[in-house]
Ligand binder design. Structure first.
Ligand code: IPM
Ligand code: MN
Length: 368
């Protein structure tokens, strides 16, 4: 069946435009092959929007996002904005967008691609077979809690980690549901030995688990989790976290794949799903055409899966990524041990993935 989708592209800053271009080309290829009708629009966000419009989230961008079926974002941020207060920085544009779109469950798969196990600083026998799905709460906690302030007179600053029971329950539900289609295990991360908010978190997740007797629930303190993730990454299936813990642990989990440039994400549960690679704007390599587009391309696969319901097409993208990695192709960030002839620029990597999409057979289904 033909799918019709209006997709808003927010390329953003730094390497955002370079990697997003490859994600869009991937989506166009998927649409062409399947006879789907994807319409693309573009708008400004982050530093690019500050420079052009004086604000990181211009009203037309917000309106375009709310009237789209899916939003695909590149990255925001840059050194030139580092002295601005948090509410005027490029990142504020992204946070404003997240809260307007209302997606509260940020899905961040971290997968040990077989062709890449030699790229991880962890020993291959530790990472081989690791396949984790982080479910990061995205609309609460320290990122949004009030009060928040840097009080110059008092020479003090504060943020608030706040959750309601409902905010915890709705994201936990997503984790349990997704675990059912995977290996039926949820690891809930908190700091319940110190924080009241974590005690509420743990109590809520424990209560909800009764509705999922087929799913095994375990709790981990965030500090211990940071260690277990590196020691025994294969022990984890779905990892449920509050906002900041998930931000930190999902970057740490990039070590499993060998590069932050490999990680995709999808934010679901709200009015419009938001898709963004986990990596940032990487200003040090921006504009040189060498960034890794695979995180963005895998993000496009998540869009196909969660916004278009095109599961086979999503798997075809993932299988194509697997193929090019198995063939030994790498971007700069993954170059360790690769023959220089196989280290590709951004566009060439994107092209190889599309080429592989047209030829691979979808055998081993995987994904979030
Ligand atoms: C991420 C990023 C964002 C976050 C920033 C850019 C606001 O680090 O998506 O992980 O902290 O959520
Ligand atoms: Mn982050």
């Amino acid at each position: 069946m033909t799918k019709k989708l209006k997709i808003l592209i927010l390329a953003g800053d730094g390497v955002g435009p370079e990697v997003t271009a490859e994600a869009v080309r991937t989506l166009k290829t998927a649409a062409e092959v399947g006879g789907h009708d994807f319409q693309f629009r573009q708008a400004l966000i982050g530093g690019a929007a500050i420079l052009a419009e004086g604000t990181p989230l211009p009203q037309p961008t917000l309106e375009a996002a709310l009237s789209s079926d899916a939003v695909l974002l590149g990255a925001v941020g840059g050194h030139e904005f580092s002295s601005l207060p948090p509410d005027r920085r490029p990142e504020a544009g992204l946070l404003g967008l997240r809260s307007a779109l209302k997606g509260y469950a940020n899905l961040r798969p971290s997968f040990a691609w077989p062709g890449l196990t030699g790229n991880s600083p962890l020993r291959p026998e530790v990472v081989e077979g690791a396949d984790i799905l982080f479910v990061r709460e995205l609309l609460g906690g320290l990122y949004f809690g009030q009060p928040r302030e840097w009080n110059k007179q008092a020479n003090a600053a504060w943020n608030t980690m706040r959750y309601t029971r409902d905010e915890v329950a709705r994201v936990a539900k997503v984790a349990f549901e997704l675990a059912r289609n995977r290996r039926s295990k949820v690891t809930s991360v908190d700091k319940a030995n110190v924080l009241e908010v974590s005690q509420l978190w743990r109590a809520t997740v424990t209560e909800l688990a009764q509705e999922y007797p087929d799913v095994k629930l375990e709790h981990q303190y965030v500090d211990a989790m940071a260690m277990h993730l590196m020691n025994t990454p294969r022990n984890f299936d779905v990892v449920l976290t509050e906002n900041l813990f998930g931000d930190i642990l999902s970057d740490e989990a990039a070590v499993i794949t060998g590069s932050l440039g490999m990680l995709p994400s999808a934010t679901v549960g709200g009015r419009v799903n938001l898709y963004e690679p986990v990596h940032g704007s990487a200003p040090d390599i921006a504009g040189r055409g060498i960034a890794n587009p695979l995180g963005a391309i895998l993000t496009a696969a998540m869009l196909l899966r969660y916004s278009a319901g095109l599961h086979e097409e999503a798997q075809a993208v993932e299988a194509a990524v697997r193929q090019v990695l198995d063939d030994g192709y790498r971007t700069m960030d993954l170059a360790r041990g690769a023959m220089s002839a196989k280290v590709l620029p951004t566009q060439e990597m994107g092209r190889r993935v599309r080429e592989a999409m047209l030829s691979v057979r979808v055998e081993a289904p995987r994904g979030a």
